[in-house]
Design a binder for this molecule. Structure first.
Ligand code: AMP
Length: 537
């Protein structure tokens, strides 16, 4: 067979050639904008030309601090296709961490949204390598800023060459993108994505049993474009000619419902917190969600009760998936096998709430205390992955050795696997509750609590215990109408028939909100400290 390079250059080219009329619908601070792929392709060339004029060369890093919108999409293609490296920066990190990653990546140019400028200004004097800032504003004039030199995105594009030629000699193993993942302690760790990895991962997103993204889709990634490339949806969507809906800054559940209804979104993707918010909106308003064929949910465990409400109450198909920054991210997806459709609804729900089976193209092993675990749904071990879209190291970071050895990525996720190969994430290694030498899954308890009608959100953490080393402690946010009514006793009684006695949390703390990480996951470290204080009151 021929050895043609798997590079991203083919993606936008294909959209331009075959789908010039299809649209990118983009929400920015000034409202909704509609562009055709013909226009987006031309703007992408203009951006690449502007970056070349600003001195960007092969291998240079260009950072973005931006929401999901068309200009960010243009950067997604212009930068890798000119053989530079697209560095998407998580705007929810602290200024210290943002400065660290910009310096560590050695970004030469930064593309920034106007509302994120104040955050970047806080890093200003710390930035060692940045030569230029480009503001992606809708206004004709640049906002005032202490940063310098600053360029106006649209003015640069107007002056640029619309016929810029992307280089044709890109090596498929060249870096195309990079993203930093927050570590529990210390600085964030960088992961480099190659052209080859992105192309193969995009194919996996298109598989009928994977994401199933196709030309017919109207895809709305709600997951930020600064979090693992919005799970790769912009790459796959452009390549396949799907319509993209990019929801922009500061969206609310109401706005998402509005976009789904008016733009007839067929597939959308985000973390469970987003979908809990949307459910709340659906419960209070009257929305037409009939166009949705899939809600992709990952990043943390999707509560069973939530999947049930989406599917049974609102008739919206739900797809639970698993991945991490290090895995591009798609690794597991919970799609039922044909013969499992015959199971009764509760059994199906149980399977669908697992993270699912391995996506074709990847390899997996699950290593427990005594070697690889049995496929019995009970034994627990650490999930290890390898494959063409799994990172092989962290970027210039000695912590590489913790996670990457023997040719595998050691994910730090503790899982079990059943007879059918469905993997269930039991916990992060560090979040497991180790009680009397046995393991308790915080995720299982959280899911069970969130299935109670009064519970909006629940997180379970370990508290140190003299006799048992650790015991589970639950933190619960009640739904508005149940506040002051539902008691701890009721919730504990609800759990008792479902778990062994020693799994039942020692206590429950009612909170107004569960603290979350920059990407919307439960911030267990903060929660543990909060609970500690409560226990010692
Ligand atoms: P990140 O790199 O920020 O995307 O975080 C990756 C981590 O999120 C994984 O190692 C898991 O611990 C967790 N995670 C991702 N997807 C799921 C899921 N569907 N269920 C449970 N945990 C998940």
């Amino acid at each position: 067979m021929m050895q043609t390079p798997l590079t991203m250059t083919q993606m936008m080219k294909r959209a331009e050639l075959y789908f010039p009329k299809k649209q990118v619908i983009s929400r920015t601070a000034s409202g909704i904008h509609r562009f055709t792929y013909k226009q987006i392709a031309e703007r992408t060339k203009r951006l690449a030309d502007s970056l070349t004029k600003l001195g960007i060369e092969k291998g240079d890093k260009v950072g973005t601090l931006a929401w999901n919108h068309h200009r960010h999409l243009e950067a997604y293609f212009a930068i890798p296709c000119m053989n530079a490296v697209l560095h998407t920066i998580n705007i929810r990190l602290s200024p210290q961490h943002i400065s660290y990653i910009i310096n560590h990546a050695e970004d030469k140019v930064l593309l920034v949204d106007p509302d994120i400028l104040p955050l970047l200004e806080k890093c200003g004097s710390e930035l060692k390598t940045v030569k230029a800032f480009i503001v992606m504003t809708d206004d004709n004039e640049l906002p005032e800023t202490t940063l310098s030199p600053v360029y106006h995105y649209e003015k640069l594009l107007t002056e640029a060459n619309p016929n810029y030629h992307f280089p044709e000699n890109i090596n498929e193993n060249d870096p195309a993108g990079m993203c930093y993942t927050s570590a529990t302690t210390g600085n964030p760790k960088g992961v480099i994505y190659t052209h080859r990895g992105i192309v193969l991962h995009s194919l996996a997103l298109g598989l009928a049993d994977g994401g199933g993204i196709s030309e017919r889709d109207i895809a709305m990634p709600v997951v930020p474009m600064f979090h693992v490339n919005a799970w790769g949806i912009p790459f796959a969507g452009v390549w396949f000619g799907s319509t993209l809906v990019l929801p922009g800054p500061y969206f609310t559940p109401k706005l998402l419902a509005e976009l789904i209804e008016t733009e007839k979104v067929t597939i959308t993707a985000g973390v469970p917190t987003i979908w809990l918010g949307l459910l709340k909106e659906l419960e209070s308003g009257s929305w037409d969600m009939g166009s949705l064929r899939a809600v992709l949910c990952g990043g943390s465990a999707a509560p069973k009760g939530m999947i049930k409400t989406f599917e049974q109450k609102y008739n919206i198909p739900f797809k639970h998936a698993y991945g991490m920054t290090e895995t591009s991210p798609l690794a597991l997806i919970s799609t039922l096998k044909s013969y499992q459709e015959e199971l009764d609804p509760e059994e199906k729900l149980e399977l669908r709430s697992k993270q699912g089976t391995l996506v074709p193209g990847l390899e997996m092993k699950i290593v427990g205390k005594d070697g690889e675990v049995a496929w019995d749904g009970k034994e627990m071990g650490e999930l290890c992955l390898r494959g063409p879209w799994i990172a092989s190291k962290y970027y210039k970071d000695e912590r590489t050795l913790d996670a990457f050895h023997d040719g595998w990525l050691h994910t730090g996720d503790v899982v079990s696997i059943d007879e059918e190969g469905f993997v269930k994430i039991v916990d992060r290694t560090k979040d497991l509750i180790k009680s009397g030498g046995e393991w308790i899954s915080s995720v299982d308890l959280e899911n069970a609590l969130m299935a109670h009608e009064a519970v909006f959100e629940a997180a379970v953490v370990a508290v140190p215990h003299d006799q048992w080393q650790e015991r589970p402690f639950a933190c619960v946010v009640l739904k508005e109408t149940f506040k002051g009514k539902t008691t701890k006793g009721e919730l504990l009684d609800f759990l008792k028939p479902q778990f062994a006695k020693w799994w039942i949390p020692d206590d429950i703390l009612f909170l107004e909100e569960i603290p979350k990480t920059s990407v919307g996951k439960f911030l267990k470290r903060t929660l543990r400290e909060q609970v500690q204080k409560e226990v010692h009151k």
